[in-house]
Write a protein that binds this ligand. Structure first.
Ligand code: ATR
Length: 278
């Protein structure tokens, strides 16, 4: 009987319990996945009492992906490098931290658009927060030749490029420069919360200079089809949705906790219906 859960704030609308319950059914695993909302002012004391609950593992979401680190006993290589943890496993050596966001993103993208992972491909990330860092690290290690980062505050984009070393070429841009040079990219990824419900009329940049066939991805999954993705489609792009990444990062977390081989694709249709409110 696995005891699993999610810590974050606020997490009342999270889809993670649904996803993990489906994965338990798929793998024939018994367990429970609970929402463990923690107020940021009480983080340290609540984490101490969580240690006593004997969970087998848990996910970590906003705003605790960095704050959890001092409470861990060890950190997996890539999460250490990123300074952000979204999955914790309780082992005989204590709490071990992992980050499955970037690998979840790349895996879900490769499933749908394998053609963009070839030499010579260029990607552009919009944003420089925690999500952007994970995606940057995973994308630069996935065969892309160049991964540029555009951000409202260009200094933060420069920091990400400096701190996360990679073999890919990388340049920091302003959002205005990104709009101008959009036509030269094979992949554009929106990694910020801009456009998330209830602010679903916002978009981070205009997409009128896109080249037809470019893959445009948005990590926001409420609404499922953001205004950014709608505009991308109008401009001839192929679109990749935030919920595809969400599902895959959950699959990787589940695999770490249970040592099973869960699959995301069989859940995708039902998850889409659920997000659309059907
Ligand atoms: P997280 O770690 O959860 O990703 P974060 O560190 O606050 O969150 O980063 C949020 C990202 O969204 C940043 O890239 C931020 O841009 P700045 O670095 O300039 O602050 C970006 N962002 C948030 N609101 C934005 C907006 N209205 N327009 C453009 N970028 C925005």
């Amino acid at each position: 009987m696995y005891k699993l859960g999610l810590i974050g704030y606020p997490i009342g609308h999270s889809s993670s319990p649904w996803i993990h319950e489906q994965l338990m059914k798929q793998q024939g695993v018994q367990g429970k996945y609970d929402l463990l909302e923690i107020h940021p002012d009480k983080f340290d004391e609540e984490i101490s009492s969580l240690k006593e609950k004997g969970l087998d593992g848990f996910n970590v979401t906003v705003p605790f992906k960095e704050k959890i680190i001092p409470h861990l006993d060890a950190i997996d290589g890539s999460a250490l490098h990123l300074g952000a943890v979204n999955t914790v496993k309780n082992t005989e050596n204590g709490w071990i931290g992992y980050n499955t966001d970037g690998s979840g993103f790349v895996h879900s993208l490769k499933n749908r658009f394998p053609d963009i992972f070839q030499s010579g491909s260029k990607a552009l990330l919009l944003g420089s927060g925690g999500a952007a860092r994970g995606i940057y690290e995973a994308l630069t290690g996935s065969g892309m030749d160049s991964v540029d980062i555009a951000n409202r505050t260009i200094g933060r984009a420069e920091e990400v490029i400096e701190q996360i070393s990679s073999r890919a070429q990388a340049e920091a841009l302003t959002l205005a420069e990104a709009e101008e040079s959009l036509g030269s990219y094979d992949l554009v990824v929106q990694t910020t919360t801009v456009g998330m419900s209830p602010n679903d009329q916002q978009t981070i940049i205009r997409l009128n200079r896109l080249t037809k066939g470019t893959v445009v991805s948005d990590i926001v999954y409420r609404p499922m089809k953001t205004k950014f993705l709608k505009e991308a489609e109008i401009n001839g792009a192929r679109v990749h949705y935030g919920h595809e990444m969400l599902l895959q990062q959950a699959v990787y977390a589940f695999k770490i906790w249970t040592d099973t081989e869960p699959e995301a694709l069989p859940l995708l249709d039902e998850f889409e219906q659920k997000l659309k409110g059907v």
